[in-house]
Design a protein around this ligand. Structure first.
Ligand SMILES: Cc1ncc(COP(=O)(O)O)c(C=O)c1O
Length: 408
């Protein structure tokens, strides 16, 4: 290990001294190199020793504060390699929160102009973060036929991308590179962090990037792992009745192309009130900050912990931290205004988990695919090309023995 002479500013002024320089914890060339390699965290109070061990994959440690950094970087760097995104180009995306923040950060670090199409539900904290990274923000106020803003935001983003020179649309909703990012990165990371005892994996769904990529990986290399998707009551990713919901980050009014439902074992739908109460309880009783979508997943994890072999582990994705929800989730007045409880204790949350029932034990029977959206929303050519290339790559991978495909 090399030893270097260095200067350190002590109270008395600059002093020279020797210290041991560890190459492996050295300097990152850019903030983007700190994306990924997030920790797995076990619970001290909410999970009992006679239950399966719940481990939180804590994505708040990504520099943009959420799991979305991973897919955003993968999409941008793939587009750079393919020549779809040129130096000084413009990134245009539809996002109400985390993906927009990640892209804004990446644009700032790499020198791209970034335009994010948000909607009136986007919180002031998220708007401030996007703008803080220098992104231009357009608020889309026209609702789509499902009463949400997804389709109107996407359609406008696609139109702008076709009008603005040197623009690239990462297109997290329709571009299957989104799930490939998690297949190549996040899933391998979890696989390597767990000691072969993984019994179940749980995450929330919107674009299906996380769940699509991670479920594909585990169904290939560790098919015994039960895969669980969590949606909001009111969203129709797994079918059902469409209604307004308040849980940010989850939900869509169709089954996203990033998701292969046959790779899922269970689908749960969690109410806003339960998701928010659980997220607050984890801050209060475990010292772990998380957003409401992770609260919903954590509740499902507590349910499964009582059902599966106690020797096994459950990895539950905590997609972001709670600090971007200080004006909603952690604001008592706001919570009361929504009719949500602010005082959930450990026993109350554990009971809530116990009462949960899966929405489906055969998610592939709940498909709500709307292929016609690809045409009606004018999905970009780069997305169609990426999806076609991925399709061929995945077919080639399937033909190989699993271990050699893993090493690709
Ligand atoms: C906090 C949070 N949880 C879960 C999700 C769902 O992830 P995905 O879009 O990969 O399905 C998102 C997506 O925006 C999110 O922001």
């Amino acid at each position: 290990m090399p030893t270097r002479a260095c200067c350190c500013k002590a109270q008395t002024g600059w002093k020279a001294y020797n210290f041991t320089f560890k190459e492996e914890i050295s300097i990152h060339a850019t903030i983007l190199q700190t994306i990924g390699q997030t920790p797995l965290i076990s619970l001290s109070h909410m999970n009992r020793p006679d239950e399966a061990q719940v481990l939180f994959k804590y994505e708040r440690y990504n520099p943009g504060g959420s799991i979305k950094d991973r897919a955003a970087l993968y999409l941008v760097e793939t587009a750079e390699r393919k020549g779809w995104l040129k130096p000084g180009g413009t990134l245009i995306e539809s996002s109400s929160g985390n993906f927009g923040i990640s892209l804004a950060m990446i644009g700032a670090a790499k020198g791209y102009r970034v335009i994010i199409l948000v909607d009136p539900k986007t919180t002031p904290a998220n708007l401030a973060l996007m703008k803080g990274f220098g992104a231009e923000v357009i608020v889309v106020t026209e609702q789509d036929d499902s009463g949400s803003y997804h389709k109107t935001r996407i359609a406008l983003a696609n139109r702008l991308a076709s009008e603005i020179p040197d623009a690239y649309r990462p297109d997290q909703c329709f571009n299957r590179l989104n799930q490939e990012a998690h297949y190549q990165g996040t899933a391998r990371e979890i696989f390597e962090q767990c000691s072969g005892q993984l019994g179940a994996f749980i995450t929330a769904v919107s674009t299906g990037g996380q769940l699509g990529g991670i479920s594909r990986f585990f169904k290939t290399y560790a098919p015994q792992v039960r895969i669980v998707g969590v949606d909001a009551i009111g969203s129709t990713i797994f079918g059902g009745e469409a209604n307004a919901y308040r849980t940010p980050g989850v939900g869509l009014s169709w089954t996203p192309v990033n998701l292969t439902l046959s790779n899922l074992d269970y689908a749960y739908k969690v109410s806003d009130a339960a998701a928010f109460a659980t997220a607050r309880a984890f801050a209060r009783h475990e010292g772990i900050l998380m957003g409401p979508s992770s609260g919903a997943c954590a509740l499902v994890a507590l349910k499964l912990a009582r059902q599966i072999d106690p020797e096994q582990q459950i990895v539950c994705m905590v997609s972001d931290g709670g600090d971007r929800y200080i004006h909603t989730l952690f604001d008592d007045e706001w919570m009361h205004g929504q009719g949500f409880s602010t005082t959930a204790g450990i026993a109350e949350i554990r009971n809530l988990a116990y009462e949960l029932e899966p929405w489906s034990e055969s998610p592939s029977e709940c498909a709500n695919e709307k292929i016609s959206l690809i045409e009606s929303l004018n999905v970009p050519q780069t997305t169609l090309l990426a999806n076609a290339e991925l399709h061929i790559k995945q077919m080639q991978q399937e033909k190989k023995a699993p271990v050699s495909a893993f090493l690709d």
